[in-house]
Design a protein around this ligand. Structure first.
Ligand code: 5RP
Length: 226
């Protein structure tokens, strides 16, 4: 059973006629975009998509999903995206696909955020997955040293051909191997304060619904932040 496909197709059911929909990035979001594409082409569903990466734009265009640039929409009704880790408090790490800058920008403009994951992404405490930090080129080596001094075991995100990965915005990614992130809000504030950091992969108090694929079936978990 392909759990990623299961949750991707389930999430597409949350999309209603006339909505503006944020389309996430990654191997799970791929199936959600595929399923929405089917609904657009087979049911005549009318939606507007706002994509979160060049790869999702390419897929959505191939499926003839009508798209708008983020600056052309007033707001986004719902964004559906994958995640790399989700804690028991529904905080997340994203950016395994290096798209977290666009993903967070789209998520912040969305009335509702739905994350789609297989059960392997659920953890008690964040941090086993390396935390992506997008940085500008200038002074990125100094930031790297600063992360080393802080004990965060930084590593440059590399391509398969051995070069530093360059994001859709032309920046670099440093992955922090933290092990455990006991205080994600404190860490997020510190990273936000560093000159040269464009965006990090901590998505805090962001998600409204998590759709989890398990070997037993699909769980839809609504997040209550009261
Ligand atoms: C890309 C992301 C992805 O949503 C995240 O990496 C999950 O990807 P996948 O579904 O392929 O495991 O944040 O930047």
């Amino acid at each position: 059973m392909n759990l990623k496909k299961m949750v991707g197709y389930k999430a597409a059911e949350f999309v209603k006629e006339g909505m503006t929909v944020g389309l996430g990035t990654g191997s799970t979001a791929f199936y959600m975009v595929e399923a929405i594409g089917k609904r657009v082409n087979e049911e005549g569903l009318k939606i507007t998509g706002v994509t979160t990466s060049s790869s999702t734009t390419k897929q959505a265009e191939e499926l003839n999903i009508p798209l708008k640039n983020i600056d052309e929409v007033e707001k986004i009704d719902v964004t559906i995206d994958g995640a790399d880790e989700i804690s028991s408090e529904y905080q997340g790490i994203k950016g395994g696909g290096a798209a977290h800058l666009f993903e967070k920008t789209v998520a912040n403009l969305s009335d509702k955020n739905i994350w789609i994951v297989d059960e392997s992404k659920l953890v008690e405490t964040l941090g086993a997955f390396p935390l992506p930090v997008e940085v500008v080129h200038f002074g990125s080596g100094q930031l790297f040293k600063r992360f080393e001094k802080a004990g965060y075991k930084p590593a440059w995100r590399m391509t398969d051909t051995g070069e530093k990965h360059v994001t859709d915005s032309g920046n670099l990614i440093i992955d922090l191997h933290m092990g455990l992130i006991e205080e994600p809000k404190t860490l997020a504030s510190w990273l936000d304060s560093l000159t040269g950091v464009v965006e990090h992969g901590l998505f805090l108090d962001c998600v409204d619904t998590v759709i989890v694929g398990t070997s037993e079936g699909i769980l839809v978990e609504k997040v209550n932040r009261d």
